[in-house]
Each structure stands twice: as structure tokens, then as C-alpha cells.
Ligand binder design. Structure first.
Ligand code: C5P
Length: 408
């Protein structure tokens, strides 16, 4: 998921070195442009063996830079011009050879030359390695990657899985959407750097028998957006998710559960090890007292089964009651159908938490947009309607401000 303006106003130099993963650079260019960036593609001679500059020019809407000897640059200094304009340089794919060149500070072709010539504190370098698993595992490459990091570059991936050579292992370049999200995250302010955040998301499923159960319409989108926004802000994030069909945000640790009791059992021990807790999950209030072992059958008599219900443990309230030295700073959610502020304020008191975020459940469940009302002791703040990811980032900003170690 990206929202249209995530890279608005960013100028990215996208460098391609030689590798089969060049085919992913076409999609990556489209993703970056769709997210609002301008993209200047630079290709090594080897990269042009894998994908043509024609394709890359069409997708980036700019002529591709190929040589430091290109006489069309008025000052004949392509390497200086390109690196001075860029908000970041992203090398994708970065071959083993190209990484070695970066580490050595080589400058005998345009791409390595412009990386060397970039103003190092103003123009970050991000590198997405792509190579066969043996090349990646080789001590020379590992040494080079460690040195590249030590020199200030950010290394993205690589991923693991099937490789073009038919082998399986580490060394695949991250997918275009993953690299786009890495770049978006890279530019986000690190408001939660060094902090740990636990978040619950989605509905719970309370079994009636092996094939039926009670659940609700929560899609998990808001909680997953909060997990992503917190990770983008530099937090170490654990996400406990009910049954939802959503991909795990990058760099987020995910634990899947079904029932409220399972969510409670997963969250309570983790809560004491996290500094922040955001309870976004729409946890079922009740569950059938005894789930049947076998499917409950109609017996033809017209009689309907009567479900005996029992109350689920309140996860948020239990976390909020932990002893102070083990209690994270807690945020509750209130999904209401009416009287949002009154219910949210009531929840603030009842659960004993410093912040409750209200939203209208039926209007937001399953949607990509939402409106939030933040309710605390001091008053109410409305975050106006917007994409859930934008709201999640705003909420993270509010959480960072209110829970900062100075004020707690
Ligand atoms: O109790 P109620 O559902 O009104 O409050 C909602 C808030 O409490 C949400 O933050 C929800 O995640 C949390 N909650 C919980 N465990 C429950 C019920 C709600 O953590 N059993």
C-alpha cells in the first residue's frame, strides 16, 4: 500500500548495475513515479545488457544517463549535476561487482563516479543487492557489504527465495513494491527511534463448533497501518493479529491468533516487554461458553440451539493494570456507532489509559479511509478524514509526543 503523495517532491537517482534483477527496475520506476517521485535513471554498460534504456526512459519520462562522456551536459559534468539534484541515490539492482566498486571508491564509469561524487551528508545512498546466493554468501561480498554500511550506505534486503539460476537462497533483490516502501520509510521522521511498540489488530473469531463462529467486520487495516507507521518511525514493532487477509508490513514481527483468549495469552507476556501498546483490535466481548467438538446438526425438530455465552478477558484493561514498572503507555480504540466522544471518554476512564482513539465502526470497517477523534484528559483532537496510513502516521506523531520519556 502506498498513498499518492508518499514520495511527492522527492528526486531519486535510480542506478542500475548488471544483473537479471534489472527486470524489476522497470516496475520499481513505475512505483516510484506513481508515489510522486521524479526518477532519473542511470545505467552501467552491464545493465544495458539486461534491459534497454528505451524502456527505462519511457517509464521515467527522462533520458537515461549512460556515460560520463555524454557531451549533451552543458558543463560536461553529469556526475556532479546528477548527484547534486538527488534527494537519494538508490542502486537497484546492485551487483556484487558494483558493491565492490563502491567500497573501493572506484570512479571509472558514470554510476560509481556519481556515487563517489555525491555530497555524503546531503544525498543518502541506498543499495539493493541482487546476486546468486553463493556470491552473496562469499566472504568477499559480506566484507564489502559490512564496509558499505560502515561508510554510511543503507542496504535494503536482499530477500530469500527462488533465484534466476534455479538455486534457492539469500540474494534476491527485494520486489519493486518492497523497495518503494523502504524508500518511503527512509524519508519518514524517526519519531519512535529506539522504542518498542505492541499493537493488536483485526477481529477475533470465537468458535461455536469446528465450522462456525462469531466474529465482526474489522478488516485489521487500521491496526496494520499503525504497525507500519510505527516501524517507519523507527520503532521495534510487534503486531498481534486476529484472522485477517493482510500482508505483514516490512520489519514488523507478526503473531497470528484467532480468539480473544489467544490474543490475551499472546499479548500479556509481550506487553511487559514493550514501551507502547496500541489496542486496535475489535476483540469479541463474549464467546460461546463451550465450543462443540463436532458440528452442531439440525435434528429436524425445528428446535434451535441455545448458545451459552461467557465474557472474554479485557486485554487492554489488563495491560493497563500491570504494575507500573511493567506497564506500557497504552492507547485504546473505541469503535462506536454513535456518541463517539462520550463513549471514548467513558472508555478512557473505565480502562485507565492515557489516550483513546474514537472512530465510527460501521463507517470504517473494511474501508481504506477513516476519521479519528483523539480523546484524553485534556480534551479532544480530530484527525480529519484521510487514508488510514496517513492517519496512522499522525497518530504515531501524537503518541510519540504524548508518551515521550520526558513527559511520562
Ligand atoms: O471494551 P470495548 O470494546 O468497549 O473497548 C475497546 C478497546 O478495548 C479497544 O482498544 C480494544 O482493542 C480493547 N479491548 C480489548 N479486549 C477486549 C475488548 C476490548 O483489548 N476484550
Amino acid at each position: 500500500m502506498s498513498t499518492p503523495l508518499d514520495l511527492q517532491g522527492r528526486h531519486i537517482v535510480l542506478g542500475l548495475s548488471g544483473g537479471i534483477a534489472c527486470y524489476k527496475a522497470a516496475e520499481l520506476t513505475r512505483e516510484l513515479v506513481k508515489a510522486g517521485a521524479t526518477v532519473q535513471v542511470v545505467m552501467t554498460e552491464a545493465a544495458t545488457q539486461f534491459i534497454t534504456p528505451v524502456t527505462m526512459q519511457a517509464l521515467s519520462n527522462r533520458p537515461v544517463a549512460l556515460s560520463q562522456w555524454d557531451a549533451r551536459e552543458p558543463n560536461n559534468m553529469a556526475h556532479i549535476n546528477l548527484s547534486r539534484e538527488a534527494d537519494a541515490i538508490l542502486i537497484a539492482p546492485a551487483s556484487a561487482d558494483f558493491i565492490a566498486r563502491l567500497v573501493q571508491g572506484r570512479a571509472d564509469e558514470l554510476l560509481s563516479l556519481l556515487c563517489l561524487a555525491r555530497p555524503i551528508d546531503r544525498c543518502p545512498l541506498l543499495v539493493a543487492p541482487a546476486m546468486n546466493r553463493e556470491m552473496w554468501a562469499h566472504p568477499a561480498t559480506q566484507r564489502n557489504v559490512a564496509q558499505l554500511r560502515a561508510d554510511g550506505a543503507t542496504v535494503l534486503g536482499p530477500g530469500a527465495g527462488d533465484q534466476a539460476c534455479g538455486e534457492i537462497g539469500d540474494g534476491r533483490m527485494l520486489e519493486a513494491e518492497e523497495l518503494r516502501d523502504e524508500l518511503i520509510a527512509f524519508f519518514r521522521p524517526k519519531l519512535l527511534a529506539g522504542r518498542t511498540l505492541l499493537v493488536t489488530a483485526g477481529p477475533t473469531f470465537e468458535a461455536i463448533d469446528p465450522v462456525r463462529g462469531i466474529t465482526n467486520h474489522s478488516s485489521g487495516k487500521m491496526g496494520f497501518a499503525i504497525a507500519r507507521a510505527a516501524a517507519e518511525a523507527g520503532a521495534d514493532v510487534t503486531l498481534v493479529a486476529g484472522p485477517v487477509h493482510l500482508p505483514t508490513p516490512r520489519h514488523v514481527r507478526r503473531i497470528d491468533v484467532q480468539s480473544a483468549q489467544q490474543m490475551f495469552d499472546a499479548v500479556l507476556p509481550l506487553a511487559a516487554r514493550h514501551q507502547l501498546f496500541v489496542a486496535t483490535a475489535a476483540v469479541a466481548d463474549w464467546r460461546p461458553m463451550n465450543a462443540a467438538d463436532q458440528k452442531i446438526k439440525k435434528d429436524g425438530s425445528g428446535r434451535v440451539p441455545v448458545l451459552q455465552m461467557t465474557e472474554n478477558p479485557d486485554i487492554l484493561a489488563s495491560v493497563a493494570r500491570l504494575p507500573e514498572d511493567r506497564r506500557p503507555w497504552c492507547v485504546g480504540f473505541a469503535a462506536e456507532s454513535e456518541n463517539l466522544v462520550r463513549h471514548a471518554r467513558d472508555k478512557l476512564r473505565r480502562k485507565g489509559v492515557p489516550l483513546v482513539v474514537g472512530n465510527i465502526g460501521p463507517a470504517t470497517f473494511g474501508q481504506d479511509h477513516n476519521t479519528l477523534v483523539l480523546v484524553d484528559e485534556a480534551g479532544e483532537t480530530t484527525l480529519p478524514e484521510g487514508p488510514k496510513l496517513h492517519l496512522a502516521r499522525e497518530l504515531v506523531r501524537e503518541i510519540a509526543r504524548r508518551s515521550s520519556p520526558k513527559t511520562t
